[in-house]
Design a protein around this ligand. Structure first.
Ligand SMILES: O=C(O)CCC(=O)C(=O)O
Length: 292
């Protein structure tokens, strides 16, 4: 008698393709046109048809319930100062580059080497498997989407954390209270964070719960605490942008404008670390005061 085997798992459609399909649905493309491009890119006919139908129905639902998610986002002027060297609280820092729409910037030397080392040594014994927001409930869940380990520091928990919060407030003009606790993340070789948005999708049932304190997220700082030998870049597939971790520097990006529109182009990923390890500190900023 032959054994009954489980059918092989259906591969997940890559986020870049999900976004490509959603964008084409919004632009009014036909299923036949999208199918033809997917076939040319090696997708099997049946798989491509199902993918198109699923993304079409989800996109049309978003169009009805939260049209701002799919509207032509226009970035407000960036919150960061325009000069290449600026005073941020107690420290002089440099702006390496800025992109205007969407607003993205690289900030040099936001932290000193000693501050990076200290944050790593304070966190090293405390990290546990990272979680993601459960989109259905707003609770936390472990997911293969994010395989790092992490811990966090409450606002003002120690002198370094308080200094970082002051620098971020000075740079952005946002009150310290709008910041979520500083997350510290640790990636071993092979660990990654698949492409995702930091904002809460207004069509997710769990989003109302996570937005109760502080409202929507508006911007992110990813602060690199060490240099990674190979891999570990922060990747924006929609912008063809890879940012390499460099100790003390910080990546900044905004995704909510004054009209309340969210920018899906801020899709980003922490690509797998290949060699070495990666430590980062992440600060998410909200519309209003955040209190858990
Ligand atoms: O690991 C990275 O480079 C990005 C981290 C990230 O996307 C996040 O914490 O939201």
């Amino acid at each position: 008698m032959s054994a009954v085997l489980d059918p092989p798992p259906i591969p997940r459609l890559a986020p870049e393709w999900q976004d490509w399909l959603a964008g084409n649905v919004v632009r009014g493309c036909t299923d036949a046109d999208m199918l033809s491009v997917m076939r040319d890119n090696g997708f099997q006919e049946h798989y491509a048809r199902v993918a198109i139908s699923v993304v079409r129905s989800m996109t049309e639902r978003v169009q009805q319930q939260a049209p701002q998610m799919l509207s032509g986002y226009k970035a407000d002027p960036i919150r960061l100062p325009a000069h290449s060297t600026v005073r941020a609280g107690d420290r002089e820092i440099g702006i390496g580059f800025t992109l205007a729409d969407p607003n993205v910037a690289l900030i040099q030397d936001l932290l000193t080497e000693q501050e990076c080392e200290k944050l790593i040594s304070l966190s090293a014994g405390k990290v546990t498997r990272s979680s993601v927001v459960d989109r259905a409930t707003g609770g936390d869940q472990i997911s293969a989407v994010r395989t790092s380990a992490g811990t966090h520091f409450e606002r003002g928990e120690n002198a370094i954390v308080a200094r970082i919060e002051q620098r971020i407030a000075a740079l952005t003009g946002l009150p310290i209270e709008n910041g979520e606790p500083l997350q510290i993340l640790y990636y071993k070789p092979g660990n990654e964070y698949l492409a995702h948005h930091d904002y809460f999708d207004p069509t997710d049932p769990g989003s109302a719960e996570v937005m109760r304190a502080g409202g929507q997220r508006i911007a992110t700082f990813v602060i690199y605490l060490n240099n990674v030998t190979e891999g570990g870049e922060t990747r924006f597939p929609e912008l063809s942008l890879d940012v390499k971790p460099r100790r003390g520097s910080a990546l900044y990006f905004e995704y909510l404008n004054a009209a309340g529109e969210l920018d899906a182009r801020c899709l980003h990923a922490g690509v797998p670390v290949v060699q070495g390890e990666k430590w980062i500190a992440t600060k998410w900023l909200r519309q209003g005061a955040y209190q858990r």
